[in-house]
Design a protein. Structure first.
Length: 203
């Protein structure tokens, strides 16, 4: 008789964590239901749908899990106890450290897990783009705060400087997947922060 419910030893929290690693490594479209069922303890399709309703629903839970855990690498961007410069530098260095660790797939889940999507899954890309937009807005707010408090000159092009730091942040994913070491990326953070220091010197 086919199984219709979850197995007794099914741990939903653990299943989400394991699914996150698969989606992170292979992306949304390339991760199959069969792969997900295997890492969850070789559960039946019925058990999977009873627990998560659909692959997309599971993915949305995985996104939330990533943001609340590994995604906290950029949490300093909303830490008002830090200066804007400290907040951005800390976010870049912590992101570089997290993305190059070998205890999980390399790179940023929000950047890599839906880098390409077919037409029917374009909403998945849009969902992740909104999450990345949140980081962009936090970078913008940090720079705007620095201009307001005189840390950076009033003439600073906030949008341009936001693009500089966001482009660097997003690029860490490719660098880490290509095997570039944390030490090298961390050194690059020092260099890119030099742009801030040059602007601040003219304030």
């Amino acid at each position: 008789m086919a199984r219709t419910g979850r197995p007794r030893n099914f741990d939903r929290d653990e299943a989400i964590s394991k699914a996150m690693m698969l989606f992170w490594e292979h992306g949304f479209e390339s991760t199959s239901l069969a792969q997900l069922r295997v890492v969850m303890g070789d559960i039946s399709a019925a058990s999977f749908y009873a627990a998560f309703d659909s692959k997309e629903s599971l993915f949305r839970e995985v996104v939330d899990r990533y943001i609340s855990t590994f995604g906290q690498a950029t949490a300093s961007l909303i830490d008002s106890s830090l200066t804007p410069r400290e907040a951005i530098e800390k976010a870049l260095r912590r992101s570089a450290k997290m993305q190059t660790e070998e205890t999980h797939p390399l790179g940023c889940f929000l950047v890599l897990s839906a880098s390409t999507c077919s037409f029917e899954n374009v909403h998945i890309c849009e969902m992740l783009a909104k999450e990345r937009e949140l980081t962009r807005s936090r970078l913008f707010d940090c720079i705007q705060r620095a201009v307001s408090n005189g840390e950076l000159p009033a003439s600073t092009d906030i949008t341009m400087l936001t693009a500089v730091f966001e482009t660097f942040l997003l690029g860490i994913s490719t660098q880490s997947r290509d095997g570039i070491s944390f030490a090298t990326i961390d050194g690059a953070v020092t260099q890119v922060m030099g742009i801030w220091d040059t602007l601040a010197h003219s304030a």
